[in-house]
Write a protein that binds this ligand. Structure first.
Ligand code: PMP
Length: 440
């Protein structure tokens, strides 16, 4: 199906290690190369059209090239593509974030989600005067050193489920950085409470991705986030939600609104840049004050970046957020539920054990061999080979997703597009019948 992509992949390998700049979509045999995308469809260089179930990993909530966003981008580009001076648009988008996010009294923009989580962790350390930060095993927070600890647990390396070990995900991460991270088990409140209490004098904050996306998409158990909020308060530790993925996605007010728990600080990215690189740190005024100089004293935390508050990004972000009315979320989230119900129905009919994880309009298709997940270590029992087969089958059948990875919907999908997507996935499952039988 993809001869031109094949040639491009060979060319890429000549100039880039692994022929690639973003490991996220590096899968076997190789990704296809994109020519263009529009609405809910993405078209490769060989002319194959597929439903876009990735939307640049959750960024394009309105779909590809939404006309209002494109218009705002074009207008912004005509006025100039970046200045070492602020624009009014930055204030507008900052106000929109503060109005939407329950914890956000003040906000600062960065050029990526990674920079946002890096800056947030530094701010939390500076504010509390403590170095240790707790993160959950399996939670992804970008690619800086402190974030890439224990995001990809393995049966051998992880340690006990309730008391996971801190393990670097990459070579090149200093041991001192790994030691500055405390690893918590997702959805196990009692173990978290023990670890938080035991470390409270050194612990600046507890950080989390509210939907544990990189663990296979594991929503928090009922009351888990609320219990963490109370535990953080009791132990004088800050609570930080990394909403780079969940912000403006589960609901306009993100996971804080969806789960009704307000952290002290949050980070944003993806959607708020309307398709362009972006990140943001937002939170309570007293914490955000670490970025403000006091009189002639320099700020506790310095924060620079050539592309922070980029004028084109700000324009695209404002145009996107302007479209995000409550009914958009109702439709997005109910479409994801519909896919879950129908695909799980097919699995049941075929007598195949598996489930579709859903959080808002994020989905993981399909956790074969599992009926549900509460912790990333449940993944050790999953049949990821089948998930890869399903993913590649979907790509060949007309749906773009990264095999064995979460995916998501955009508002550009009509009811017919959802119906057709479900048909494609059902066909893929039928074709997989021999492998599914062999695995059961
Ligand atoms: N935090 C979370 C929860 C994310 O999902 C991501 C990206 N997928 C990041 C941080 C990093 O964002 P970026 O890729 O923009 O650096």
């Amino acid at each position: 199906m993809t001869p031109k992509s094949s040639v491009l992949a060979d060319n890429a390998a000549q100039v880039m290690p692994a022929g690639n700049t973003r490991h996220t979509y590096l899968f076997r045999p190789r990704p296809f190369y994109v020519e263009r995308a529009h609405g809910c469809k993405i078209v490769d260089v060989d002319g194959n059209e597929r439903y876009d179930f990735l939307n640049n990993m959750g960024v394009l909530i309105l779909g590809n090239n939404h006309p209002k966003v494109v218009e705002a981008i074009n207008r912004a580009v005509e006025q100039g593509v970046g200045f070492a001076a602020p624009t009014e648009r930055e204030i507008q988008l900052a106000k929109m974030v503060c109005d939407a996010a329950p914890c956000a009294e003040k906000v600062r923009f960065t050029a990526s989600g990674t920079e946002a989580t890096m800056t947030a962790m530094r701010a939390l350390r500076a504010f509390s005067g403590r170095d240790l930060v707790a993160k959950f095993e399996g939670h992804y927070h970008g690619t800086h050193d402190y974030a890439q600890v224990s995001t990809q647990p393995t049966p051998k390396g992880s340690g006990r489920r309730a008391f996971p070990r801190a393990v670097p995900d990459s070579q090149g991460i200093p041991r001192a950085v790994v030691r500055a991270m405390l690893i918590l088990p997702w959805n196990d409140f009692h173990a978290c409470e023990t670890l938080i209490r035991r470390n409270k004098r050194k612990l600046a904050a507890v950080m989390l991705d509210p939907i544990a996306n990189a663990s296979g998409l594991i929503p928090p158990k009922d009351n888990f986030l609320r219990a963490l909020r109370e535990c953080a308060d009791e132990n004088d530790v800050l609570l930080y939600f990394d909403e780079v993925l969940s912000g403006f996605r589960l609901a306009y007010g993100g996971a804080q609104e969806y789960y009704n728990v307000v952290p002290d600080l949050a980070t944003y990215g993806k959607i708020i840049g309307g398709g362009f690189p972006v990140g943001a740190v937002a939170g309570k005024e007293e914490i955000m004050q670490v970025f403000s100089p006091s009189g002639s004293t320099k700020p506790k935390v310095t924060h620079m970046g050539t592309f922070n508050g980029h004028p084109v990004t700000m324009a695209a972000g404002i145009a996107t957020l302007n479209e995000l009315k409550a009914e958009v979320y109702q439709r997005l989230n109910s479409n994801a539920q519909r896919i879950k119900t129908e695909i799980e129905g097919t699995l049941e009919e075929m007598d195949v054990m598996g489930h579709v994880a859903v959080a808002g309009s994020f989905m993981y298709l399909i956790h074969f061999g599992l009926k549900g997940m509460t912790n990333v270590q449940d993944k050790f029992r999953e049949n990821t080979q089948l998930a890869c087969q399903f993913g590649l089958g979907s790509i060949c059948g007309g749906i773009y997703l990264v095999p064995a990875h979460s995916c998501n919907l955009s508002a550009a999908f009509s009811d017919e597009d959802i119906t057709r997507s479900i048909e494609i996935m059902n066909e893929v499952l039928r074709k997989m019948q021999p492998s599914l039988k062999a695995a059961s």
